[in-house]
Design a protein around this ligand. Structure first.
Ligand SMILES: C[S@@+](CC[C@H](N)C(=O)[O-])C[C@H]1O[C@@H](n2cnc3c(N)ncnc32)[C@H](O)[C@@H]1O
Length: 463
């Protein structure tokens, strides 16, 4: 979708080929494979145990379009083939320089024409503070081999340091870092701050490395990360001076925002990138939004729509209000732009041509502000439970395996609540109506319907 926004012609997701390098247990490829049965996915990881877990889940979910292979980045199999999309998340900063080079080399060799690679990594300047605390913790646990004990000792030291009262800049910075890490899960702390290798990069260093492998910066995967929000107005002149240099703009942005992490999209050298987002047409895209009107923020004609993550947009324009209401009603489903335009027009008396221009502009702004999502391929999700509701086989298999979260059809992890939701989810194979579900679950039909409505809102019910 971002490739298309930037004027590329990448392969449509429905029939594309995707490679994930360092895929762990394949959670990401499996989740994509369930919604794109015509596309094919290859995941590669050095850990045989992780690949084994993923392969078991793929078999249980009946996903024939996923292949998971055990291999080192430095010695990838010759027969991998070519791909439209190559993904590597949480790997680049955590492997040796040789493996980092191999990762980019693989993208150079195996990415098709206007294909896109995604690489995430820890970033400077934000990680300078993280480096400091990481070094303190790693010193403290230097002689401890047992992973549980390393975690325990590190957490003990963090608790001690958090209590520091000295009002110096050093103490404040240290305390903030320790508080951040104390909020982490054990897994994240162990694999990130306590990891043997954790090498952050300045954006310009990463871009130079990619460049040496014939790859060019396309965009950040999350466009909102490149917004000027948080950059002081006094920096206007500085940013105006680098207006024609997107790489310098991104780098200066990191200095102002104290960036710690990046998710960067790359394309092959020679591919033409058009960065004028204002010219983008939305015909051909579907739009969705989890934003709901907030009664407490209502002021006169101005209504505020807020997403569960707290991103918001406030407007009194009848056309935009009508569009946001139509999207709220359709959630988690998406509406094609012409349909959304038509629904919005029927609720207002705006002439259609200026309305299309204005709605397009507002939706793009709302997308960058993370209030709406744009989809080149809408998710195959149902907003409501049908007569015999069906959840994706992958979510059912994950639930049956007792995993703490399941993959939704919106490609996010969904957290099931209570005792009823997991028991209900595993029964949703499309053979039972509400009456049968309530009977098997020993609950009332109303309870089953309420739980179904919540599963639908999480994007777990198939269209
Ligand atoms: C932090 S995990 C990220 C897993 C997955 N991409 C995710 O986002 O959940 C890093 C993964 O890289 C794999 N890895 C580390 N070094 C590797 C190498 N040299 N070759 C292949 N895989 C490697 C690890 O086994 C691990 O599964």
């Amino acid at each position: 979708m971002i490739g298309r926004l930037f004027g590329l012609d990448p392969a449509p997701a429905v029939g594309c080929r995707v490679l994930e390098l360092g895929c762990g247990d394949g959670a990401n490829v499996l989740s994509m494979a369930q919604t794109l049965p015509g596309a094919s996915f290859v995941g590669v990881d050095a850990s045989a145990a992780a690949i084994g877990r993923g392969a078991e889940l793929a078999a249980a979910a009946g996903l024939p379009n996923v292949e998971l292979r055990v291999a080192q980045l430095e010695a990838l199999p010759e027969d991998l083939g070519e791909f439209d999309y190559i993904v590597s998340h949480g790997v680049y900063s955590w492997v040796s320089p040789r493996a980092r080079g191999a990762l980019l080399e693989c993208a150079r060799e195996r990415l098709r024409g206007e294909g896109i690679a995604y690489v995430s990594y820890n970033a400077y300047p934000g990680c300078h503070l993280r480096d400091m605390t990481r070094e303190i913790l790693r010193y403290h646990v230097r002689e401890v081999a047992d992973p549980q004990e390393r975690l325990h000792r590190a957490q003990q030291l963090m608790q001690t340091i958090v209590a520091i009262e000295e009002p110096s800049v050093y103490a404040r910075a240290l305390r903030e870092q320790m508080e951040r890490m104390l909020s982490y899960s054990d897994g994240l702390l162990f694999h990130d701050d306590l990891a043997e290798i954790s090498t952050p990069f300045y954006f310009h260093e990463f871009v130079e490395h990619a460049d040496a492998h014939g790859l060019r910066f396309l965009s950040e995967a999350e466009l909102s990360d490149s917004r000027m929000e948080g950059v002081p107005a006094s920096a206007g002149e500085l940013f105006a001076s680098v207006a024609d240099d997107p790489l310098a703009r991104e780098q200066y942005m990191d200095f102002f925002k104290n960036r710690t992490f990046r998710r960067t999209l790359l394309c092959r050298e020679g591919v033409r990138v058009r960065r004028a987002l204002e010219d983008v047409q939305l015909e051909g895209f579907a739009i969705s939004s989890a934003a709901k009107p907030s009664e407490e923020d209502r002021e006169g004609d101005v209504e505020t729509f807020v997403t569960p993550e707290g991103h918001s947009v406030a407007t009194s324009q009848p056309l935009v209000l009508a569009a946001l209401r139509a999207l709220a009603e359709a959630w988690p489903g998406a509406l094609e732009f012409p349909e959304l335009l038509e629904r919005s027009l029927s609720a207002t008396d705006t002439p259609s041509e200026p309305a299309a221009v204005s709605l397009r502009r507002v939706l793009l702004e709302a997308y960058v502000a993370r209030v709406v999502d744009l989809h080149a391929t809408p998710p195959p999700v149902s907003a409501r439970a049908g007569e015999r509701p069906c959840a994706s086989p992958l979510a059912r298999a994950q639930c049956a395996a007792g995993l703490p979260a399941v993959s939704s059809l919106l490609h996010v992890n969904a957290q099931l609540e209570g005792d009823l939701e997991p028991r209900l989810l595993v029964l949703l194979d499309g053979t039972r109506d509400v009456e049968a579900l309530a009977r098997e679950l020993s609950c009332t039909e109303q309870q089953a319907e309420e739980a179904l409505a919540r599963l639908a809102s999480l994007g777990l019910l198939q269209a």
